[in-house]
Design a protein around this ligand. Sequence first.
Ligand SMILES: [Fe+2]
Length: 135
Amino acid sequence: MYTWTNDWATGNQTIDFQHKQLFQAINNLLEACQSGKGRTHIDSTMIFLVNYTAKHFGDEEKLQQQFGYPDYPNHRKLHDNFKATVNELAKQLREGGPSIAIVGKVNSSVGGWLVNHIQKEDKKVAAHIKSHTHS
Ligand SMILES: [Fe+2]
């Protein structure tokens, strides 16, 4: 389970709000896989995660374009790779059902990836947006 820490805050309210929702979605999926919930419930938490990931990346990419973020093409590629990872996991879960291996992958390839991505990449994005916002 992931518990939000201020270490993960980028300082951009929209991005931080959506990251919190993403961790919540990851926790819901982990819980569903671990607690012997029915397949319907597990599948719906996975579908939510797939859809929310796409929505969040779409919004974040729009912000990057809007503020002329110089590293956008690279950041976009990282997002695309992650979406492929999540889609692949969804396929494995659909076909094989929950397992310790799946839970491990959700933890490392999804949750762990996101923590790392926020620290390394999204904080740079938020700093760029902040420095280009006139108030
Ligand atoms: Fe990102």
